[in-house]
Design a binder for this molecule. Structure first.
Ligand code: GUN
Length: 293
């Protein structure tokens, strides 16, 4: 069994990006600029945005964070987005989700300039991805494809089962895995809460991607001998043996499933670290379009 080391691969990607930024600076081009907008003080979102900012700076990007209070009005948020859409010094930006309940998420995503939508959440980018056209692919699905590529996982003609149909992970990764690409060309089954005979369906998978949002949902009896298992989940569970009182687990019962899998992503250190690396890749792509045009 081989562990798919997302921490190592994400460091590799960040080094590649850092080298490209250095060569842009050598050519007297400005550094790529990623901006993030965060509304409210959700602790998980604050942590994510702080990591994005730190890693962006780590590869030599300029990073700006717009921190707005929870009672920010729709108009105020739209004003900041409008400013970022038109600021030629900003290559890409994200609006951290979730947003406070009084703000319509869809309306906000639609208002982002698709050329700067490095999260790949704008319907134009989603549509372009579905059609296999140049676009920004959302960070987590892109990170999964990058892991499969760099570990040279054979996907063509293989059976791929995706658990979960979220707009952020399950749905896009199922589209990418079915496309005529490498990795890709898999025979994809997308499972969700209404799927019947789930255990049997999962047991057919050569590649099993778990993005269902339930701790240790995937047990060893759901996994085929020799399968490649990608775990997108991240959950805190109580663990009195830890100083913190908790530990992190994924959507997969790692200890048992690892005995059957040929390759598996751990939690933490698997898919998680890949997501920010993917966001940085998208931002570099946006910057190159802007500064070389
Ligand atoms: N909230 C959780 N994940 C993400 C993400 O990838 N992008 C944004 N904008 N918000 C998120």
């Amino acid at each position: 069994m081989e562990i798919i080391d997302g921490k190592r691969i994400s460091e590799e990607i960040r080094q590649e990006i850092g080298a490209e930024v250095a060569s842009m600076i050598d050519k007297d081009l400005r550094a790529p600029h990623l901006a993030a907008v965060i509304v409210g003080d959700d602790p998980a979102s604050q942590t994510y945005v702080a990591s994005k900012e730190k890693q962006a700076k780590g590869v030599g990007f300029t990073s700006t964070v717009y921190r707005m209070p929870a009672d920010t009005s729709r108009e105020e948020l739209m004003g900041v987005i409008e400013f970022l859409n038109n600021d030629n010094d900003v290559d890409g930006f994200i609006v951290q989700l979730p947003l406070p309940a009084h703000i319509d998420e869809q309306e906000v995503l639609l208002s982002i300039n698709p050329a700067k939508d490095v999260d790949g959440f704008h319907p134009e980018n989603v549509g372009r991805m579905a059609l296999g056209l140049p676009c920004y692919i959302p960070a987590t699905p892109n990170g999964i494809m990058e892991l499969l590529k760099r570990y040279q996982v054979e996907t063509a003609g293989k059976s791929c089962v995706v658990l979960g149909r979220s707009h952020i992970v399950g749905s896009p990764v199922s589209i990418l895995m079915s496309q005529k690409t490498t990795p890709g060309n898999a025979t994809v089954t997308l499972c969700h809460s209404r799927t019947q005979n789930l255990k049997e369906v999962c047991r057919e998978a050569d590649i099993l991607i778990a993005a269902i949002g339930q701790p240790r949902f995937v047990t060893a009896d759901m996994v085929k001998e020799g399968a490649v298992v990608i775990d997108v989940g991240i959950h805190r569970v109580e663990d009195p043996s830890k100083k913190s009182g908790f530990r992190l687990v994924g959507d997969v019962d790692y200890d048992e499933v690892a005995k059957k899998a040929s390759m598996i992503t751990p939690v933490p250190g698997g898919v998680g670290p890949m997501t920010i690396a993917s966001l940085l890749q998208n931002t570099l792509k946006a910057a190159k379009k802007q500064v070389y045009s």
